[in-house]
Design a protein around this ligand. Structure first.
Ligand SMILES: Nc1ncnc2c1ncn2[C@@H]1O[C@H](COP(=O)(O)OP(=O)(O)OP(=O)(O)O)[C@@H](O)[C@H]1O
Ligand SMILES: [Mg+2]
Length: 501
């Protein structure tokens, strides 16, 4: 890998500030990225990472900025078009692609805009798109509609589009949040290749192992303030977590023996063709049962059957001793089931509604007074309670949920389900996009809920997450439960070897 001379910068920001109402999202922050460097931007949910990206790309104008310099050139008021013309691209979390257009059209999109139809030559477009994909070492069907592609492939399309625009500085805002381990590895390879070709990458991720693996340097931001810039060589995850949160993040096995407690949920030879086979397990009151394995092992499908969102083809389920076979999710919830899904954007929240309404939506009935109206006072109380319990960082409960940072949205999803007062809580990859400090907070709450007798199924592909937070760990592979582990007697490397082998 070639390292650019220290004096060549892709980006320099000095003392940039940006506020939203009462929230100081960025406070006199400095940020510098060298040409061709892979630089991580790290910090807790809501610390200002996405805001910084939006300032550089002209989506937001800063209130004050001493200097904004791109590729050695000072810029005053930058707008998104100008930023793109200068060679800055962003791969947003939602990717900003066009699902109905083909792969090739998506890649070439920006170069098509502004051309007369006559000038849009399909063959040219195909050839250029193909060349860009080849430079990334990927093969995709260029004529396929984008909606047929997996999320990882769409990400490649978004990157290819940036390269078509001759991007020299690419921001990636949590690009690996929805990727499997092998897809992540492939993306990181592409990032390294881009860097070797002189493209600077600013990478945002809450997976600290990945941050330390990919980046040369990391800039840490806390509550809109710069904490510092650090080389990643020799840095540990624990230290980085401490810099981000200002606290020591403890990781210790919390497993306890619940074998004497009554069984809340049981699956017996549960089968759904093509998804999972002969799955049998029990969850006891007060128990956190971890379920891990590679994505695609059938874990989410199993959760969907437990929630009545799909039906099993064989076997049976029991809830509190009685036969349980919900025909839809509403019936499952009515019987005391709750489900925090991995996909907060499509299943969890009403993006345009206020935070307060999102938090209480599942419990509206409980808040209804004798006259059938929602008690505003009780609503406000409940919202305040959960916002405080989960440490959700917000301006006002009446703001739309879309103004919250990603991780804070996830906490609202959790609050929403906890407010239903469930018997069994399924957490499906609950910390995707959630920062280390908030993860610790969420799991403290999970443990406290278990101690009150709640049964919890914790689905996660992060080995450390089940290791430190579950009482028992089930390993699922190719739709079957293949092993059970006790976190008190197995180690993280051993578990990783079993799962990734
Ligand atoms: N359009 C907006 N209107 C109001 N407040 C906003 C807006 N965008 C961001 N904020 C607030 O600014 C702060 C910084 O948000 P930002 O999205 O930059 O955080 P982040 O570091 O990207 O967090 P995450 O890791 O959760 O994505 C948060 O308190 C957020 O609620
Ligand atoms: Mg963000």
């Amino acid at each position: 890998m070639t390292t650019a001379p220290a004096e060549r910068f892709a980006l320099r920001l000095h003392k940039v500030s940006k506020a939203f109402g009462g929230v100081q999202a960025l406070n006199k922050v400095n940020f510098e990225v060298r040409a061709g460097e892979i630089h991580c931007l790290a910090g807790e949910n809501g610390c200002g990472k996405s805001t910084l990206i939006k300032v550089v790309t002209g989506v937001h104008q800063p209130e004050t900025a001493e200097l904004i310099e791109l590729f050695g050139e000072k810029v005053d008021r930058i707008n998104p078009v100008q930023a793109r013309q200068m060679g800055v691209s962003v791969i947003w979390q939602d990717l900003a692609l066009f699902p109905h257009m083909s792969v090739a059209e998506n890649i070439a999109f920006d170069s098509l805009v502004g051309l007369t139809p006559r000038a849009v030559r399909s063959r040219d477009m195909m050839a250029r798109s193909k060349a860009v994909l080849e430079s990334l070492g990927v093969q995709l069907d260029l004529a396929a509609p984008l909606q047929d592609l997996q999320i990882a492939q769409r990400q490649v399309v978004a990157i290819a589009r940036a390269l078509m625009n001759d991007a020299k500085l690419i921001f990636m805002d949590e690009p690996t949040a929805s990727l499997t381990q092998s897809e992540t590895d492939r993306l990181l390879d592409i990032v390294r290749k881009l860097s070797a070709n002189g493209v600077a990458i600013v990478f945002v991720s809450h997976r600290l192992a990945e941050v330390l693996d990919i980046a040369e340097r990391v800039t840490v931001v806390r509550d809109g303030n710069l904490v510092g810039v650090y080389p990643t060589a020799g840095m540990t995850q624990a230290h980085l977590g401490e810099l981000m949160t200002g606290q020591l993040i403890e990781t210790e096995v919390t497993a306890r023996d619940r074998s004497d407690a009554p069984t809340v949920f049981a699956a017996e030879n549960l089968t759904r063709h093509g998804e999972f086979t002969d799955v049998s397990f029990q969850i006891r009151a007060g128990e956190v049962l971890g379920l891990t394995g590679l994505i695609g092992a059938g874990r989410t499908e199993l959760a969907h059957v437990m929630m009545g969102m799909r039906q099993a083809d064989g076997g049976q389920m029991r809830l509190n001793g009685a036969s349980y076979r919900p025909s839809n999710i509403r019936k499952a919830i009515a019987q005391g089931m709750a489900y925090v899904s991995e996909d907060r954007l499509s299943l969890g929240l009403l993006q345009k509604q206020p935070i307060a309404d999102n938090t209480v939506i599942s419990v509206l009935r409980k808040l209804t007074t004798a006259t059938g109206l929602i008690s505003e006072r009780r609503k406000a109380e409940m919202v305040r309670h959960w916002i405080r319990e989960l440490g959700v960082k917000i301006g006002s409960p009446d703001d739309p949920i879309s103004t919250l940072s990603g991780g804070n949205q996830q906490k609202v999803v959790l609050a929403k389900w906890l407010a239903t007062d469930p018997k069994l809580l399924i957490l499906d990859s609950p910390t995707v996009g959630v920062d280390v400090g908030a993860r610790a907070g969420i799991f403290r709450i999970v443990r406290a809920l278990a101690d009150q007798g709640l049964a919890i199924l914790l689905i996660s592909d992060e080995v450390t997450e089940v290791m430190f937070n579950a009482d028992r760990i089930l390993h699922m592979a190719d739709g079957r439960l293949v092993a059970e582990y006790d976190p008190r007697t197995v180690t993280v490397p051993e578990l990783e070897e079993h799962i990734y082998a």
